[in-house]
Design a protein around this ligand. Structure first.
Ligand SMILES: N[C@@H](CCC(=O)N[C@@H](CS)C(=O)NCC(=O)O)C(=O)O
Length: 217
């Protein structure tokens, strides 16, 4: 039984939950982080979510958790036996950590989580998102998934952010390959269950949704 420490409305926790769902693994999720706080024995020195336990092993950093689960339990599915596909997944997971975190995260924080903003700052972020997601669109042209014919770890790392990008009330450029990929993700039961979770439209609604999700596995 794998234990996940992290609140359900964190996109980084959602990556892990979605991976567990795709792999059909048994898990227990415990609410940690933000309004739930951190237990004194929280086994992650950085004190962010998610953290997972598998027996004696503790893993943190969401992309490391996704890779660990895929490599350990998803050989032939989420962890293909093909070095080129794995390298492609790795590249795009690094891209998610750097470019999406820098470009999209502040936009979400300003629009939903109360980070101080101005219309100019929001517009700059919207334009930056259009630029970086055009890069993803090019990768997806002629492909069903980012690294190959099947869902892989990069789809999970980036797809967990995509629900929010596609549902924010902002202007988005037409990116047909990326939109078709997103539609493919939305047909997956584990994506619907763990990622397509309402987040509200302001700080107060965000906090209400956080409480509403308490305890849901
Ligand atoms: N690089 C880390 C980032 C983790 C992170 O910043 N998590 C956010 C939630 S998405 C967090 O812990 N925020 C503070 C909190 O929830 O208490 C990872 O990918 O796991």
């Amino acid at each position: 039984m794998i234990t996940v420490l992290g609140r359900r409305n964190s996109a980084n926790v959602q990556k892990v939950m979605w991976t567990l769902g795709e792999l059909d693994l048994a898990y227990q999720r415990i609410d940690v982080g933000a309004s739930f706080g951190y237990p004194s024995d929280y086994p992650n020195p950085v004190k962010v979510v998610p953290t997972i336990r598998d027996g004696e092993l503790v893993v943190w950093e969401s992309n490391a958790c996704v890779r660990y689960l895929a490599r350990t339990y998803g050989k032939g599915t989420l962890w293909p036996d093909d070095a080129a596909q794995l390298a492609t997944s790795d590249m795009w997971m690094e891209w998610q950590r750097s470019d999406i975190s820098n470009g999209f995260f502040p936009l979400f924080q300003m629009l939903i989580r109360g980070l101080p903003s101005t219309p100019e700052k929001i517009e700059r972020c919207v334009q930056e998102c259009a630029r970086i997601f055009s890069q993803l669109n090019r990768q997806l042209e002629g492909r069903d998934f980012i690294s190959g014919p099947k869902l892989g770890t990069a789809d999970i790392a980036i797809g967990a952010m995509m629900y929010r990008y596609m549902t924010l009330p902002i202007e988005r450029p037409a990116l047909p390959a990326m939109e078709a990929w997103y539609q493919r993700l939305t047909t997956r039961p584990a994506y619907r269950k763990h990622v397509m979770i309402e987040y509200g439209s302001n700080v107060q609604e965000w906090a209400e949704h956080e409480k509403r999700n308490q305890g849901i596995q």
